[in-house]
Design a protein. Structure first.
Length: 298
């Protein structure tokens, strides 16, 4: 049975969910985390069907339960949330599960022009979950939805490319330009979009590229901070919140945060260093199958 000392489990189709881990670390600095990137099968949202995503999500959740005794699971992937979060809650009723979804509701309240752009993977854009959100909140704003084929994959593949002007960065900028242009006009005038919802956790890491394209007046909304606050609330409700420790007992980063990937270990290490300033020792490669996984040598 999990205790307050048990870790928080997080998974994504790849490294994009590190943006959610970043928010969780800020909100819950005394907790332990285990993060699993299914990079060997990433991205989920461009071409994977619901059945595949459900199978992978369940296998990963079972692995994190069996191998790490997690006390709560954060599904840090919009596509996996849309396809599998209800299945996870049904099959693993003992495990609290938190999903992520595009920030359509808050965008409907915060947009001043009442026009909102939404960028996400194809699997998320065309999901029933997004259709429901747009229907529920469409009275306050008009939502312009854009499936961004290839963008999550380009971000995933860019992690091992160190130079800012490399081919990967150029591809990412081109895709950002393509999809923001396809959405339409951004700005503060009537009929323009003043808000952009980042409906994939990967996209948080290309905010600078999007900002350069859209200008300083456009607000970007993602789900990292709200998900972190919801995680805190659920842990408090279940008396599972980790106790604060004094400085002498503070865990080393390699103990506090464990990163795992089903893809290339070097890619995970590079992403963790680039975006979270975490050392290589935090990462390992794993092979996740149903119902268990076996760690492979680094």
């Amino acid at each position: 049975m999990p205790t307050p000392h048990s870790p928080i489990g997080i998974f994504d189709s790849g490294v994009g969910g590190l943006s959610v881990l970043q928010a969780l670390r800020h909100e819950l600095p005394h907790e332990q985390f285990v993060y699993l990137a299914d990079s060997g099968n990433a991205p989920y949202g461009d071409a994977r069907g619901d059945a595949f995503v459900q199978e992978r999500s369940l296998a990963i959740a079972q692995y994190l339960l069996e191998q790490h005794d997690i006390k709560i699971l954060v599904v840090a992937c919009n596509t996996a949330t849309a396809a599998a979060v209800e299945l996870l809650r049904e099959r693993l009723p003992q495990l609290p599960v938190i999903g992520v979804e595009p920030a359509i509701k808050p965008a409907s309240f915060s947009s001043q022009t009442h026009h909102v752009g939404v960028m996400a993977t194809r699997g998320t854009i065309y999901s029933q979950r997004v259709a429901r959100l747009v229907s529920e909140h469409g009275q306050r704003a008009e939502f312009h939805l854009q499936a961004c084929d290839g963008l999550a994959r380009a971000i995933e593949q860019s992690t091992e490319q160190a130079l800012p002007e490399d081919a990967g960065a150029t591809e990412i900028r081109a895709l950002c330009a393509k999809y923001t242009s396809a959405l339409g006009s951004f700005g503060l005038k009537t009929g323009q979009m003043d808000t952009l919802v980042l409906g994939c956790t990967h996209y948080v890491f290309v905010k600078d590229d999007l900002r350069a394209l859209l200008g300083p007046d456009i607000q970007f909304l993602d789900t990292g901070a709200p998900v972190a606050r919801q995680t805190r609330r659920m842990l408090e409700q279940r008396n599972l919140l980790g106790a604060e420790t004094d400085g002498s007992l503070q865990l080393a980063q390699a103990e506090q945060i464990q990163l795992m990937t089903t893809g290339r270990l070097t890619a995970m290490q590079a992403a963790a260093q680039r975006w979270l300033d975490l050392p290589a020792a935090c990462s390992q490669a794993v092979n996740v199958c149903s119902p268990s996984a076996v760690a492979t040598p680094a």
